[in-house]
Design a protein around this ligand. Structure first.
Ligand code: NAD
Ligand code: UDP
Length: 312
């Protein structure tokens, strides 16, 4: 197999660590870059002794110089709690991070993949969301630092592609969950599982009728690597699981699968919280031969197992 030198920004995070593990397992030389804002060395500690894995403590808002063939740009806090903690820094990470990885890709002629998001669709008026939909995004709300930051990053990817011929891939990731999410991540799947395992109240924001479509990490990483390694496609390509559930259904599933005695409580819905979210994955099926394989129940069982073994 043709081994490559590959940079993964945000490599010590939830998704980044799964990607690094997969790439290193295939024999590639992996450079994992992270500033450990939401990522942890623990996520990649099992890779540290490998001859083909390196850790680089670096902030992607600053330029980076490494000779690589491919770049996966995942550096950015993904949970609303964490990306709103320092909103200005979140925008800098998305925008300056994109400029820095694109500049590097241009200089070393690397192919570069952007971990974009379903958040570019905002609170969508089209359902399910196709890649052609331009979205319904509030430019000045509490989610805007993330949503607009990711939208500008997409713009930069396409401008570097048109202007400088940079070989780009843009992937729009829909809600993804799995082992190695941080127990305090704040996103819904990890919150509910941790609450259920501790016997604490399960916090539904709003009335729980809002929907999300949850993709298991292994499926997502498979789609990401297929997109990176497919020729003649820039994206954007939606990668997610079209199975759509209300947040209340998710809470009930977690209670059932953990056998928890936790009660559901209702808290205010944060502003600009999208009402529904479901990917149209026709493009990924056609161009990448990809579709998710892990049903929600199976993925939740694996994730619950991880949290049982890893709760502080
Ligand atoms: P995560 O928070 O676990 O991972 C993000 C990683 O980026 C962390 O390790 C963090 O320390 C690092 N990071 C943040 N700012 C940085 C900076 N300035 N410099 C260097 N490193 C920095 O989140 P995740 O779920 O693994 O998300 C990974 C990527 O996928 C993100 O770009 C996110 O926006 C995108 N994404 C994820 C989802 C999802 O549901 N998991 C959905 C849509 C998009
Ligand atoms: N949510 C919830 N309880 C929680 C965390 C989140 O009800 O403890 C809701 C949140 O309001 C949103 C959905 O679950 O409607 C998904 O939230 P998450 O933060 O996981 O992702 P995003 O809103 O970015 O899709």
């Amino acid at each position: 197999m043709n081994t490559k030198r590959i940079l993964v920004t945000g490599g010590a995070g939830f998704l980044g660590s799964h990607l690094c593990e997969k790439l290193a397992g295939q024999g590639h030389d992996v450079v994992c870059l992270d500033n450990y804002f939401t990522g942890r060395k623990k996520n990649v500690e099992h890779l540290i002794d490998l001859h083909n894995f390196e850790l680089l403590r670096h902030d992607i808002t600053m330029p980076v110089y490494v000779e690589v063939d491919q770049i996966y740009n995942l550096a950015c806090p993904a949970s609303p709690v964490h990306y709103q903690y320092n909103a200005v820094k979140t925008i800098k990470t998305s925008v300056m991070g994109a400029i820095n990885v694109l500049g590097l890709a241009k200089r070393v002629k690397a192919r570069v993949l952007q971990a974009s998001t379903s958040e570019v669709y905002g609170d969508p008026h089209e359902h399910p969301q196709k890649e052609t939909y331009w979205g319904n995004v509030n430019p000045i709300g509490i989610r805007s630092c993330y949503d607009e930051g990711k939208r500008v990053a997409e713009t930069l990817f396409f401008d570097y592609h048109r202007q400088n011929n940079v070989d780009i891939r843009v992937m729009r990731i829909f809600n993804t969950y799995g082992p190695r999410m941080h127990p305090n991540d704040g996103r819904v799947v990890s919150n509910f599982i941790v609450q259920a395992l501790k016997g604490e109240d399960i916090t539904i924001y709003g009335d729980g009728s809002q929907t999300r479509s949850f993709c298991y990490a292994d499926d997502l990483i498979d789609g990401m690597m297929r997109l990176m390694n497919t020729g003649n496609i820039t994206g954007p390509v939606n990668i997610g699981n079209p199975g759509e559930f209300t947040i209340k259904q998710l809470a009930e599933a977690v209670i059932e699968l953990t056998g928890s005695k936790s009660k559901i409580i209702y808290q205010p819905l944060p502003s600009d919280d999208p009402k529904q979210r479901q990917p149209d994955i026709t493009l990924a099926k056609e161009k990448l031969g990809w579709e998710p394989k892990v049903p929600l129940k199976d993925g939740l069982i694996k994730t619950i197992g991880y949290f049982k073994d890893n709760m502080e």
